[in-house]
Design a protein around this ligand. Structure first.
Ligand SMILES: Cc1cc2nc3c(=O)[nH]c(=O)nc-3n(C[C@H](O)[C@H](O)[C@H](O)COP(=O)(O)OP(=O)(O)OC[C@H]3O[C@@H](n4cnc5c(N)ncnc54)[C@H](O)[C@@H]3O)c2cc1C
Ligand code: FES
Length: 256
């Protein structure tokens, strides 16, 4: 794990409160595994020096890309980082996704939850389908970037029907599971997004007897296992999302 001083290369708003942040991280970029996260020190929050955790959307050629939504004080302060500024970034952190899959990889993302799935889709061999969901079309993010990977089929759902199927992302997911099952195929689930969606995906993995890999989004403070702010209940007791996670096997998760 490194604490690297990184130069902001690009910081662009893409609408509906979402932004791309690209920074140079020559050492860290080569060691990141899909599903791992970085802990970004937000300069404008000094002197409290608090960090914020973000999944890695992409890591290539010494550059790391994040896709983030402005939701509160830390992310609003991060908005002020300009190309040329230096940000301190700790990583790679946590336990990522397995980068192998037996059968079709079903990637399920809600809102900015597509971020680690993009990095995964680039590294995962074999057939992949992305199921992207959101409240409206504006929450379906980075679909053009998934298209650029070349071998990812994309299916979408929105609550208001402004893009894709009207309903939940689990609607097209259920259709695909039935289709693959009836053809005798194998599949695995990989998911990141809001808790309700993650629980629904994890339950499907268990009910259908297939491997499921779930990236949990918990409030974090230290990011390195010391403060116990990020607890997730699992069959092994209380697990720290920042160390034992954020990616857990679906069968190990216990839900409220
Ligand atoms: C492993 C991991 C990966 C993440 N990856 C991304 C990512 O790729 N893109 C992205 O936009 N965000 C991501 N997040 C969430 C991001 O860290 C939070 O949105 C951010 O820390 C909020 O900071 P803030 O100071 O702006 O908000 P705060 O002022 O701290 O909180 C504002 C609101 O957001 C809620 N909130 C704060 N942290 C979280 C959280 N972790 N999950 C859910 N709600 C939260 C608070 O309860 C509050 O309602 C990730 C979180 C984790 C743990
Ligand atoms: S954030 Fe401190 S233990 Fe996980």
């Amino acid at each position: 794990m490194l604490n690297e001083k990184c130069t902001v290369l690009e910081h662009v708003e893409i609408g509906a409160g979402y932004r791309w942040l690209v920074f140079s991280a020559p050492v860290m970029a080569s060691g990141l595994v899909p599903g791992q996260f970085v802990h970004v020190r937000v300069p404008a929050l000094e002197p409290s020096a608090l960090r914020r955790p973000f999944s890695v959307f992409d890591a290539e050629d010494g550059k790391v890309t994040l896709l983030y939504k402005t939701v509160g004080r830390g992310t609003a302060a991060l908005n002020g980082a300009k190309p040329g500024d230096e940000v301190e970034v700790m990583g790679p952190l946590g336990h990522g996704f397995p980068v192998k899959c037996d059968g079709v990889a079903l990637l399920v993302g809600g809102g900015y939850g597509v971020a680690p799935l993009h990095f995964l889709a680039k590294r995962l061999p074999g057939k992949k389908i992305l199921f992207a969901g959101g409240r409206t079309a504006a929450d379906l993010l980075a679909l053009d970037r998934f298209a650029r990977i070349g071998d990812v089929e994309v299916r979408t759902a929105t609550n208001d029907g402004s893009a894709g199927v009207k309903g939940l992302v689990t609607d097209p997911l259920d259709a695909a599971i039935s289709e693959i099952e009836s053809g005798g195929g194998r599949m695995e689930l990989f998911a990141c997004g809001p808790d309700g969606m993650l629980k629904a995906v994890a339950m499907r993995a268990v009910e259908h007897g297939m491997p499921g890999w779930i990236s949990m989004d918990r409030h974090m403070i230290c990011g390195v296992g010391a403060c116990y702010a990020c607890i997730q209940k699992t069959v092994r007791g209380n697990s720290r999302c920042c160390v034992e996670g954020p990616v857990f096997a679906a069968k190990d998760l216990l839900w409220e």
